[in-house]
Ligand binder design. Sequence first.
Ligand code: M6R
Length: 610
Amino acid sequence: MCGITGIVSLNRENIGEVLVKCGRKLTYRGYDSVGLAAVHEGKVDLRKDVGTVDAVDKLLGLSKMKGDRGIVQLRWATYGPPTKLNAQPHFACDDSIYGAHNGNIHNYVEYRRELVETGHIVRSENDGELCVHAVDKYYEQTGDMLEAVRLSTRDLKGAFSFAVGRADSREIYAVKMGSSLVAGVGNEETIASSDLPSILPVTNNIIYLADGEMLALSPEKVEVYRIEDGKRLTRKPEPTTIDVHAAEKGGFPHFMLKEINEQPKVAQDVMGVLQGAKSDEWLNIIEESKNLYLVACGSSYNAGVVGAYYFNRLAGIPLVPSIGGQFESMYGRALDEDSLSILVSQSGETKDILNVLNLVKSQGRGKTLGIVNVIGSTLMFNADAYIPMACGYEVSVPATKTYFSQTVIFAYLAAMLGERNGTLDRQEAKSIVRMLSQDLPTQAQATIDHTGILAKNLAKTLIGVKDLYCLGYGMTDGVAREGALKIKEICYNHCEGMYSSEFKHGPLSIVTRDYPVIFVTTPEDSWMVINHINEVKCRFGRAIIVGERESSLEPYVSNEVDYLEVPKGNIVLNPMIDVIPLQLLSYFLSVDLGIDPDLPRNLSKTLTVD
Ligand code: M6R
């Protein structure tokens, strides 16, 4: 979803350069359009257009804009198409108040009408513009910006954050009302932003905020206020150890490839966390709950599907996976005080997930356990307990290493719970933990090394293919869904991921000569998957196999390039290992198709809207 950053400095002249630098770090949140408002000698220079930060900078010279304060906004379009007019920041009726938002204003239609009827000049179809007019409306009434910003939030319904300033005042104000916002205190300058990466080029001293809080940034300090009653709050900046360079490509052509290559290290890091002091707390909260739900979206959901298999296989415990947006209507009424909702989200800001968090909390329906990557996110702060994914920044829009980490977390939890409830004996549980902590990093590295070239060669044969399936069975169910999601997301192909035994119940009719179907399989299940492969092959379809080398499978590939062979290993590691060649396949295919895999069209890394 969109990203905003506002900076107020004492003596800077080059605000454009700094805001472009910081804004670039938010690219993953939106790249439909970019705009920058810079205040120089009491005048606001506002430039904006369609495209990425770099494209708009080239077009309009954003980084050359002068000033000591300003706001940059990166948009992922929801209200109003991605046009120059709808790009943010916006002016209010005249150019004295400027501002930009992130999130959605749900009462857009009614409130826009009300503003227009009361004489406001609303130019765009974008809901962010309404935030600026709302502040304008209350500034006219009170003559006090802090109070105007506070009161404006009463008119605006939805989940959002925004930053706003006046040409003639050196402050910038920002509110957090359901969308992310963090602040930083630097040397004679302060900053507020949707996310940490864009703060780190300026400072490591961070102030985290809760919903319902607002900020006044001046060059010397960040003041925090409670929106409800305007009470000033004490909030000290805390130094963060997060490294600004973690959000750079480090010699790789794309973040996605870098992040795929980080997976062996992720295995080590997350296992370190899981075996640390908090492990018992996480296991206890699961063990004490009667009904377990797993709620997530996209790749996190696919990892959750793998989690359900681990919980069954290693602990004999049912874990019900649900897509975030579906959860309330499918399971909401079944939630009770003994329920645990395990909420999995890389960003910790996905609105579909926060809706479930709020549902559980507001109705007192059991507990929540977050599994989250972004430290300081809403999910991290508000779940009853949280497990960190320990991945560092995942910048590329397609999730890779966080899916990987999530599956490791589920395998570990399931093994430990299995030991606790007697499904596994001590030795079995220990051996799984050893595999995860010692074998997995090496195996993941071997898989990257071995399947890179195989995936690259296979990708070449799929250029021009617009439609395919990716099927899994048992432990590879979630893997196949994830592989299909990656191909859809960054290659713009229709690739459906599904359970391989389901394929014959309808989709099989799509198969004609050479129609490609990817089968992700393990030695444990290949005896069954062969049936599904045969159903495709006898209709002259093309079978592509992802899995360990098995002589029984060899006859089914017409060409060696169609066998994406992974190193031999244990079934428990298959969901982490088998996904790697699929990540690499989608990456190489995307690059071959001339697509930037880090920034697929129409998408955003963090979806803070319904
Ligand atoms: O931040 P989250 O884990 O909650 O995000 C969920 C999905 O939006 C995300 O996994 C999405 O599907 C990925 N871009 C897929 O690669």
